[in-house]
Design a binder for this molecule. Structure first.
Ligand SMILES: N=CN[C@@H](CCC(=O)O)C(=O)O
Ligand SMILES: [Zn+2]
Length: 410
C-alpha cells in the first residue's frame, strides 16, 4: 500500500477537540485515510511527497444543506427580488415543473456538475435533497439521482403542496406511498415548516412518518417568520434545523438545551434579503451551529462554502475559527458524522483524508481576502482532485517550493 506525505504545511487546522491550529506540520495518507499527523521535522518517510509550499491545510468543507437535484433556473425571479419583490415559498412550483419534465439522467448530470463545482471550492462531503419532484415518480427519480452525487440524501416531499392536489391527499401521499418509494435511497426526512408550505402539525406528521420508516429527522424552520419549526425540531431531537433567521429567546434556549444543530445559510439570507440569524446569541447561549450553502435555484444558487464562511465572519459576527469549525466539524454534527470511522470535517489519525490546501498561509485569509478563489488543491478519501492542483504554483515565499509530482522520498 503506497503512502503520501504532505509537508510544507504552514498552518494545519485539524479540528481536534482543542481547536488549535498547528504550525509547520505534515501528515501522511495511506489507503484514503490519515496514517500520521505531526510536526514536519518529525515526519516519517513515505512513497510520495507533496510540498504545499508554506500554505494552510484544513479539512474539506462539509456542506449539509443543498438541493442539487433540479432542472431549470430562476434568474428572472431573482432579478425581480433584487428589484424589491419578496421571496415566497410558491416559487418552488416553477422548479417543480422543470424537474418533472427532466429525465433521471439529466437530473443526475446537473447535480454532478454542481457537486464538481463544490469540490473545486473545497467541499469533500455533501448532503442533498429531493423536493422538486413532488409526485411519486419524480421524487423517486430525484432520490436516485441524489444518491449518485451525495454522501447523505434527504427526502423533502414536504417542500410544498404542489398545484393540482388536495392538501390532505398530498400529506397522505408523502407519508405513505411516496415515503415507501423514497426511503430506500434516503438517510433523512425533512419538512419545510413555514407559512405557505407546512404548519407545525403537518410537519410533525411527516417527520414522525419518516422516523417510523427508519429515517433521521431534519427541518427547514423559521426562515421567513416565527414558524415554530425550530421548537418542533428540538422536540423531535432532529439532527439539524436549518435557516433559523427568526428566533425568539425561547427558540434559542430550546436549541441551547437540545441536541439539534442550528444550520445557518448566509448565502440564502443575502439572496432573499432576510435578516441574518443571531449567530452570536446562539453561540453565547451554548447552541451548536453549522454553516451550509443551501445551493438551490430559488434562494441560494451557489455551491461556495468559502463564500459562506467569509460572509459568516464579515456579516454575522463569527470569528474565523468559529466559522471554519461551523463549516467543517460543526457541520458534521448536523449530519451525525462528527465521530466514528466515517467521521467528516476533521483530520485525525485513522480518519478519512478529506482535506484542502488554501493558496494562503492561514485560514484567516478566507475572510481577509473575500471572494478570492483560494482553494488550491483538494484530497477526497486520499485522492487528489483533478480540478485544481499544485502543479506550477510557487510556494508562498516565492521559492517555487510546491512539488506535487509524487517524487520518491529518498
Ligand atoms: N426554504 C425552502 N426550500 C429552499 C428553497 C426552495 C426554493 O425556493 O426553490 C431553501 O431552503 O431555501
Ligand atoms: Zn433548503
Amino acid at each position: 500500500m503506497t503512502t503520501e506525505l504532505i509537508t510544507g504545511i504552514r498552518e494545519l487546522t485539524t479540528q481536534a477537540d482543542d481547536r488549535a491550529r498547528l504550525n509547520d506540520a505534515a501528515l501522511v495518507i495511506e489507503a484514503g485515510r490519515i496514517l500520521w499527523i505531526g510536526p514536519a521535522s518529525a515526519a516519517p518517510a513515505a512513497d510520495t511527497r507533496t510540498d504545499v509550499g508554506g500554505r494552510a491545510v484544513l479539512p474539506g468543507w462539509v456542506d449539509t444543506h443543498t438541493h442539487l437535484v433540479f432542472a431549470g433556473d430562476r434568474a428572472a425571479e431573482f432579478e425581480a427580488r433584487m428589484a424589491g419583490q419578496r421571496y415566497a415559498a410558491g416559487g418552488i412550483n416553477t422548479t417543480v415543473a422543470a424537474t418533472r419534465a427532466a429525465s433521471e439522467e439529466q437530473l443526475a448530470r446537473g447535480a454532478a456538475r454542481l457537486r464538481r463545482e463544490a469540490e473545486a471550492q473545497g467541499t469533500t462531503f455533501l448532503e442533498t435533497k429531493t423536493g422538486y419532484g413532488l409526485d411519486l415518480a419524480s421524487e423517486t427519480r430525484s432520490a436516485r439521482a441524489a444518491t449518485s452525487v451525495a454522501d447523505v440524501v434527504t427526502f423533502l416531499g414536504a417542500h410544498l403542496v404542489p398545484d393540482g392536489i388536495d392538501r390532505r391527499d398530498y400529506l397522505d401521499l408523502v407519508t405513505g406511498p411516496m415515503l415507501a418509494a423514497v426511503a430506500p435511497y434516503a438517510d433523512y426526512i425533512d419538512a419545510f415548516c413555514e407559512v405557505g408550505a407546512f404548519d407545525v402539525e403537518e410537519s410533525r406528521e411527516v417527520l414522525l412518518a419518516g422516523r417510523a420508516a427508519g429515517l433521521g429527522v431534519r427541518v427547514h424552520g423559521n426562515q421567513l417568520g416565527f414558524s415554530g419549526g425550530v421548537r418542533l425540531a428540538v422536540e423531535l431531537g432532529a439532527a439539524s434545523v436549518d435557516h433559523c433567521n427568526h428566533l425568539k429567546e425561547r427558540d434559542i434556549e430550546a436549541l441551547a438545551g437540545g441536541a439539534t444543530v442550528a444550520t445557518l445559510l448566509p448565502a440564502c439570507d443575502l439572496s432573499t434579503r432576510q435578516p441574518f440569524p443571531p449567530a452570536r446569541r446562539l453561540l453565547g447561549a451554548g447552541a451548536r451551529i453549522a454553516l451550509a450553502t443551501n445551493c438551490n435555484p430559488g434562494t441560494s444558487y451557489t455551491t461556495s462554502m468559502p463564500f459562506c464562511v467569509s460572509t459568516a465572519v464579515l456579516q454575522m459576527g463569527l470569528t474565523i475559527d468559529e466559522a471554519v469549525w461551523a463549516a467543517t466539524r460543526g457541520a458534521a454534527a448536523a449530519v451525525g458524522r462528527e465521530n466514528g470511522a466515517d467521521a467528516a470535517g476533521s483530520l485525525r489519525v485513522g480518519g478519512w483524508a478529506d482535506l484542502q490546501v488554501l493558496d494562503a498561509p492561514s485560514v484567516a485569509h478566507l475572510a481577509y481576502r473575500p471572494g478570492v478563489p483560494l482553494t488550491l488543491a483538494v484530497w477526497r478519501r486520499g485522492v487528489r482532485s483533478r480540478l485544481c492542483g499544485l502543479e506550477g504554483s510557487d510556494g508562498l515565499d516565492g521559492s517555487g517550493g510546491s512539488d506535487a509530482s509524487g517524487r520518491t522520498d529518498a
